[in-house]
Design a protein around this ligand. Structure first.
Ligand SMILES: C[S@@+](CC[C@H](N)C(=O)[O-])C[C@H]1O[C@@H](n2cnc3c(N)ncnc32)[C@H](O)[C@@H]1O
Length: 361
C-alpha cells in the first residue's frame, strides 16, 4: 500500500481527487484515486517513490481542495487491539527509512461527524504513542521543526492510516483546519472567512508589513459587515460598498464609510487602496474579471475575494476561473504577481482567492 492521503471538506472528495490526479499528471506520475462520498479524504495510489516525490514537489499551498496531505505508509486494523500504541509502532517500523527520525507526531481524523467524535481520544492517545515512538527512536525527543511530521489518522475507532509529510510542505493546523472563534460583536458568521483568508494567504512573518494599522481598504458587497469587521479590527479605514445596511457598531467606529453603490461600478477616487475584498454573490467569471481590472488599473495592491462554486465538476470550473485571471494578468500586466486559491475551512460552496503584485525583490 502506497500513495498520498489528501484531506478535504466532506462532499468535495471528487474535486480533491480530480485536482490531485491533474497535478500528479503534471509531475509525470500516473496513479489513481480511491474515495467514498463524504469520507472527507482521498487516497491517491501510486508507487512509494512517486508519493514521496509528490510530497516534496507539489506545494500544498497550490492545491485548492486539499487541506492537508501526507504520504501513506500503512493501514492498521485496531478492532480488539488493546495496546494500540504498539500496533502503530509495529506498522511504522518497516517504513522507518522513509522518514528516518520524525520531528513530531500528529494524531488526527478526517473532518466527518463520525471521526470528529474521536478527536478527544486522538489528543489523549498521542501521549502514550509519543512515548512509544520515542523509545523506539522513530520520533525525536523534542519537536524538531525541520524533520518530517508523522501522521496517524483515525478513520474510525477500528481503522487508522499512518504516513509522513515534509515540514516545509505542510499546514501548521491539525487536519488543515484553522479553528477560529466567532467574535461576540461580529456582524455575520462570514467574518471568519476573511479572518481565515488573511491568516492562510499572508504568511505570519509578512503580516506586520502587509496588514498595517491605517491602511486603506474597500469591501465590495459589504453588508452587514462581517468582512469590514475584520478590516476595522486590523485598524484599517474602510469604504464599504453595498446598498444593504451596515451594522451600527461598525459605523460607530468612525473607520467605515458606507457607500450605497453598485460594486461593479464603484472605483476609489485615489489610487491608495491597500486591500480590496469582495464577497458579492455573482458569476465567478464576472467577479474574477472585476478583481483583475482593479489590479491592472492600479486601484489596489492586494485583493481577497470569493468565487461561488458550481454544483458539479467544481475542480474543472475552478481551474478555468483561475486560468482566466492568470491570463488577464499575464497579458495586460507588466509585473510578476501571486495568485492563491483555497477552499478554506469556513468556505462552503465557494473558494477564496488572493491576488497581488509581487514587490520588487
Ligand atoms: C454574502 S453577502 C456579504 C456578506 C458580508 N461579506 C459579511 O461578511 O457580512 C453579499 C452582499 O453583496 C451585496 N451585493 C450583491 N451584489 C452587489 C452589487 N452589485 N453591488 C454592491 N453590493 C452587492 C448584497 O447586497 C449582500 O449584502
Amino acid at each position: 500500500m502506497s500513495g498520498i492521503i489528501l484531506l478535504c471538506r466532506a462532499g468535495f472528495e471528487s474535486d480533491c481527487a480530480a485536482e490531485i490526479q491533474d497535478k500528479a499528471t503534471e509531475l509525470g506520475i500516473y496513479g489513481y484515486c480511491q474515495t467514498q462520498p463524504d469520507q472527507a479524504y482521498v487516497t491517491y495510489h501510486c508507487q512509494a517513490e512517486e508519493a514521496d516525490h509528490i510530497a516534496r514537489k507539489l506545494a500544498l499551498k497550490e492545491l485548492v481542495f486539499a487541506r492537508e496531505m501526507f504520504v501513506l505508509l500503512s493501514a492498521i486494523k485496531l478492532a480488539g487491539v488493546e495496546d494500540r500504541a504498539s500496533a502503530v509502532l509495529e506498522a511504522l517500523l518497516p517504513h522507518q527509512e522513509s522518514f528516518a527520525l520524525a520531528g513530531d507526531l500528529r494524531v488526527e481524523t478526517p473532518d466527518t461527524n463520525e471521526a470528529n467524535q474521536l478527536s478527544k481520544f486522538c489528543r489523549k492517545f498521542s501521549v502514550p504513542l509519543r512515548q512509544t515512538l520515542r523509545k523506539a527512536e522513530l520520533l525525536s525527543n523534542k519537536p524538531l521543526a525541520k524533520r518530517p511530521l508523522l501522521h496517524v489518522m483515525f478513520v474510525n475507532s477500528a481503522h487508522a492510516l499512518t504516513g509522513y509529510s515534509y515540514s516545509y510542505n505542510q499546514t501548521p493546523h491539525v487536519g488543515g483546519i484553522l479553528r477560529l472563534k466567532m467574535p461576540k460583536d461580529g456582524p455575520s458568521r462570514s467574518t471568519l472567512k476573511l479572518d481565515e483568508a488573511f491568516q492562510v494567504f499572508v504568511p505570519e512573518h509578512e503580516r506586520d508589513k502587509r496588514i498595517q494599522a491605517g491602511m486603506k481598504a474597500v469591501d465590495l458587497g459589504a453588508a452587514p459587515g462581517g468582512w469590514t469587521y475584520q478590516l476595522v479590527r486590523r485598524d484599517m479605514m474602510v469604504q464599504a460598498v453595498d446598498n444593504g445596511p451596515m451594522a451600527d457598531s461598525l459605523m460607530e467606529t468612525g473607520q467605515v464609510q458606507h457607500i450605497k453603490e453598485d460594486g461593479f461600478k464603484f472605483r476609489p477616487k485615489r489610487k491608495n487602496i491597500n486591500w480590496l475584498v469582495c464577497d458579492m454573490v455573482e458569476k465567478p467569471a464576472r467577479v474574477g474579471e472585476l478583481m483583475t481590472s482593479w489590479l491592472l488599473e492600479g486601484d489596489c495592491q492586494e485583493a481577497i475575494f470569493n468565487l461561488k462554486l458550481p454544483m458539479r465538476q467544481r475542480y474543472a470550473a475552478v481551474k478555468e476561473y483561475l486560468a482566466q485571471i492568470t491570463e488577464q494578468l499575464q497579458t495586460h500586466g507588466t509585473k510578476p504577481f501571486e495568485i492563491q486559491a483555497k477552499h478554506l475551512y469556513h468556505d462552503r460552496e465557494e473558494i477564496t482567492v488572493h491576488l497581488r503584485w509581487l514587490p520588487k525583490s
